[in-house]
Design a protein around this ligand. Structure first.
Ligand code: PLP
Length: 421
């Protein structure tokens, strides 16, 4: 059977598919042996978090199974959860949203896919593209467009900082110059860098969104109010041109596929119809659980007392290990962050290649994510083309012993790669 152009595009192998396959292989390797998986965006297994969700889910199962699982529900999300979201966000951020501004969906990935399909692609005056205002950004965005060449990534500026730190900056002028923009999409705090968008850059992007009359889709998967793994994140903006997206995935429930968007009514309404047209509505038992977590404030306690401190400590441990174990003579740098679930490393040598490192580490039974998956080809600058192949992402979710051994093998592989040139 012949695939359509859209079928070929959506049916092709993407960075996100290979990460998902690495996760599956690490979980059940037929050849045996223990994999050290430093690749996933999976949140860590934190006993207090798992225990709390288990308790809430058991309560939903006992009390609301028939009502939640035994019948179809509203495409916007269950009334109870939508109401809980409205009250939670109005209280927390002093907003005045109503149910019309909310759409519950099967995770941020699906919500971003729906918005991308609605706001990009063929228009009467020509095709409009999805613009990532600062790459690197989440590799899962690369598969969102149904159209070949439908995504463009804007090159960031780079600021070298003290020690081995560096930081990307936003090039708002370049974003503003992007022709044929249909929507902007940004993770903040970012995956892979952990960087939160500074308030002035956010204001700049919102201005561009207004000028071009397109939505800015802000993906808060790692941000506030949950899981809140950044120290410096700005409040989600309530604005006529911003769609904010939140998820329970990084707060401990990635397998349940539950997220929600908050934005202008017209955009939310189109996404609501998309939901009904494509998969009717998100699963309901977990919605009952999420409703309880929001209404009781349990999710805030988990965030501030468990999840946030957990990743802060992991990041400190990983940074220390990188300094102790990576060869002094290699020019490696770490993206400076105030949070996030990853370490983003830049190895600035012409002998370094991210894919070769990925393969070398696989031979040592370690998974990492090659940097190029977080950039969008074709590259419009020489720096970007080179830089994209000189970065790798390490996850902070595994146990400390796994992170330590993974970094030790990375150091070994670096020495070997340098020695081979
Ligand atoms: N957005 C970002 C930035 C992510 O890193 C991920 C997962 O790694 C997702 C969205 C996926 O979120 P969800 O599980 O809600 O679809």
């Amino acid at each position: 059977m012949e695939l359509s152009p859209r079928g070929a595009k959506m049916g092709g192998l993407s960075g996100i598919r290979s990460i998902m396959e690495d996760i599956a292989l690490a979980a059940s390797d037929p050849s045996g042996g223990t994999w050290l998986n430093l690749s996933p965006g999976n949140p860590a297994h934190i006993p207090e978090v798992t225990g709390t969700w288990l308790r809430l889910q058991q309560e939903s199962l006992a009390q609301r199974f028939a009502e939640a699982s035994g019948r179809y529900g509203p495409s916007r999300g269950s009334d109870g959860l939508v109401d809980a979201i409205v009250r939670y966000f109005n209280r927390r951020y002093d907003w005045d949203i109503t149910a019309q501004n909310v759409l519950v969906g099967a995770g941020c990935q699906m919500l971003a896919f729906m918005a991308t399909t609605i706001f990009t692609g063929p228009y009467a005056d020509g095709p409009r593209r999805l613009v990532l205002p600062s790459v690197p950004d989440y590799t899962g965005y690369q598969g969102l467009s149904l159209d070949e060449g439908g995504i463009v990534g804007v090159a960031p500026g780079v600021e070298l900082q003290e020690g081995r730190l560096f930081r990307y900056t936003f090039d708002l002028e370049a974003v503003g110059r992007e022709p044929s923009m249909g929507m902007m999409l940004l993770s903040s705090p970012g995956n892979p860098t952990g960087r939160s968008i500074p308030a002035d850059a956010l204001a700049g992007l919102i201005e561009i969104a207004e000028e071009r009359n397109v939505p800015l889709f802000l993906d808060h998967a790692y941000g506030d109010p949950f899981p809140g793994v950044a120290e410096d994140s700005v409040d989600p903006p309530l604005h006529s041109h911003v769609i904010n997206c939140f998820t329970l995935s990084k707060a401990g429930l990635p397998g349940e596929r539950l997220g929600f968007a908050i934005g202008p009514q017209a955009a939310i309404d189109a996404m609501l119809s998309f939901t009904a047209n494509s998969y009717l509505h998100p699963p309901q038992l977990i919605q009952a659980t999420a409703e309880q977590a929001l209404n009781t404030g349990v999710i805030d306690t988990l965030t501030s007392e468990v999840i946030k401190p957990y990743y802060r400590r992991k990041r400190q441990v990983a940074e220390k290990l990188l300094h102790e174990l990576l060869p002094d003579t290699v020019d490696w740098r770490l993206h400076a962050t105030e949070g996030g679930m990853f370490c983003w490393l830049w190895i600035d040598h012409d002998w370094f290649d991210d894919l070769a490192m990925y393969e070398a580490l696989k031979r040592k039974k370690v998974f990492i994510v090659p940097g190029r998956h977080f950039f969008v080809p074709p590259f419009n600058s020489l720096f970007l083309a080179e830089h994209a192949t000189r970065c790798v992402r390490l996850s902070l979710s595994p146990d400390e012993s796994v992170i330590a051994e993974g970094i030790r093998r990375l150091a070994e592989a670096l020495e070997e790669m340098r020695g081979a040139h």
